[in-house]
Design a protein around this ligand. Sequence first.
Ligand code: FES
Length: 110
Amino acid sequence: MPHDTAVIDWIDLCAIEDIPLQGSRRAIIRGREIGLFRTMASEVYAIDNACPHKKGPLTEGIVHDCSVTCPLHNWVFDLKSGEATGPDEGRVQTHAVEIRDGRVFIQIEG
Ligand code: FES
């Protein structure tokens, strides 16, 4: 049977406890730098770890509610949609996350 290139593998990254509440972790997957963010409600989101403004490292920013504030110029991004909020315009790439038995799996496109 031919390989279906539309199927993207889930990658087992870490235990959910490895990411502090309202904190983040950095991972390099297939040469791409990803930021993992855990909210106070223990939801986990994955986005590219480069702010679309001037490439600020978002994992060094502040996590609040379901958002992260870039450490360089304080743009705020919604972790669910990757969209900049407030007066700023831009979007950071999001990645699908699933929690299975306390492990964080993510799907990277491409
Ligand atoms: S680099 Fe993120 S707000 Fe400027």
